[in-house]
Design a protein around this ligand. Structure first.
Ligand code: NIG
Ligand code: FE
Length: 425
């Protein structure tokens, strides 16, 4: 709870756009003292102020607390008052793992899988990531940008307030640059915070199938310097998996990326355990993502690190593969973040309300644990702890207002519905 003087006003200064949300049924994760990472058993708790208000000035939180502390506003000019009766107000979700820039959707592979092929079998016959890579050049940068922006607007309406976006459907110097330039433009023109991840090591392009070393060299010697020169990426990723990149190849690529200041954030353990978690941790990874498979060595490596295990339940659902074992991670005292993995192949949904529900239903996370994973821990996994993941004084990050709902747990419970009424950006 905030000290009283914040609520006693003058809250507002003249001539700023001011918003007061009052009579809020539950103000969620509004606190000055929450840690940047919430671990293990602590994930079960969410601070909620009942019958509360939040005051915003020029999008910045200038006050919040219980309604009884809201005694007297001396300047109602330009003030928009929103009635929060029956509604919850919470920090917008963060999505620390997406592939939002791509040319075309891949329903035909979805149908192939219904008819019995696996994701891996489809990839081996030229589908999957290589399919998206072939199609990338069918669209101009402008068209890729417009399509991605439309998707981002949809994610925002579902509650997403910050987003990581990967390259990785280019797989050549020019095409990877093209994707990253689109992401760069999204950073400046989309209304939420975006971080860019270079994922040249997403798959081996056909012409390098017999020359994997040649492609690793292309990434290290050609792609990375070009990307660094234009300052197009914040993070570096690698799909460490059988039939994709080995642990050794990943290590070389991540270390090369670090030379250019890119922080590792990787795809590991989607289908198999290969020692990638331990290696990624050694390379200083900010997050290890997927983790549908997990062994004791992975847990031990994570325990001795600041790396965020990030689980993607939408991918497990859509590919019918195991769900990440969040309970095991948490019972080992580890944090968990959740992300959508939005992409045209393994997860064609970027709706984090659905992810919340899947995490509860399929991974037995409680609604509170999953919400911590979608806000505070997700903000950490995208490097935005200072600005996102909770509601706090002085912050300008997006805030969600729900529809009238009986409880916070109703959001993941009533799956498939839209529970967000308004997003304040
Ligand atoms: O995270 N696993 C690797 N990459 C994506 C899928 C990419 C695709 O199928 O286009 C993922 O699931
Ligand atoms: Fe992914």
């Amino acid at each position: 709870m905030i000290p009283l003087e914040y609520a006693k006003f003058s809250l507002f200064s003249p001539s700023m756009k001011k918003i007061l949300i009052r009579n809020i049924k539950g103000l969620v994760q509004a606190s000055e003292v929450l840690p940047t990472v919430i671990k293990g058993a602590e994930m079960a708790t969410i601070p909620i102020i009942e019958n509360a208000f939040v005051a915003l000035e020029d999008s910045e939180v200038v006050g919040y607390g219980p309604m009884e502390d809201l005694n007297g506003i001396d300047d109602w000019r330009d003030l928009e008052v929103i009635d929060g009766e029956g509604r919850y107000v919470l920090p917008a979700f963060c999505d620390p793992h997406t592939h939002t820039v791509f040319a075309r959707t891949r329903e035909e592979e979805f149908v192939d899988r219904i008819n019995g092929l696996s994701y891996e079998e489809i990839a081996l016959k030229g589908g999957g990531i290589l399919n998206s890579a072939r199609r990338l050049n069918e669209l101009t940068e402008e068209e890729l940008f417009e399509a991605a922006l439309t998707r981002i607007e949809r994610f925002i309406s579902y509650g997403t307030g910050a987003l990581e976006i990967k390259s990785g459907y280019g797989l050549s110097v020019e095409a990877e640059l093209k994707m990253l330039r689109v992401i760069q433009r999204l950073k400046t023109e989309a209304p939420i915070a975006i971080k860019a991840t270079f994922l040249g090591a997403h798959a081996f392009p056909l012409e390098y199938k017999q020359d994997q070393e040649g492609y690793v060299q292309l990434i290290i010697e050609k792609m990375l310097p070009a990307i660094a020169k234009e300052e197009l990426a914040d993070y570096i990723d690698c799909f460490c998996e059988r039939n994709y990149f080995t642990v050794d190849q990943m290590e070389r690529i991540l270390l090369a990326g670090k030379e250019y200041g890119l922080i590792p954030k990787v795809h590991v353990n989607q289908f198999s355990v290969m020692g990638g978690v331990k290696k990624a941790v050694e390379c200083g990874a900010l997050s290890v993502d997927h983790l549908e498979e997990l062994d004791e060595e992975d847990i031990l490596a994570l325990k001795s690190s600041d790396c965020m295990p990030t689980i993607l339940p939408g991918c497990s659902h859509f590919l019918s593969i195991p769900f990440g074992d969040a309970r095991r991670l948490m019972s080992n005292g580890l944090p968990v973040a959740l992300a959508s993995d939005f992409n045209p192949g393994s997860t064609p949904s970027g709706n984090l309300q659905n992810v919340w529900s899947l995490a509860c239903v399929k991974m037995r996370m409680t609604p509170e644990e999953a919400l911590n994973a979608l806000t505070i821990n997700a903000a950490y996994a995208i490097g935005l702890s200072e600005t996102h993941g909770r509601i706090a004084l002085g912050r300008k990050s997006p805030i969600l207002i729900t529809k009238e709902i009986p409880s916070l747990a109703y959001i993941p419970y009533a799956f498939g519905d839209q529970h967000i009424e308004r997003v304040l950006l």
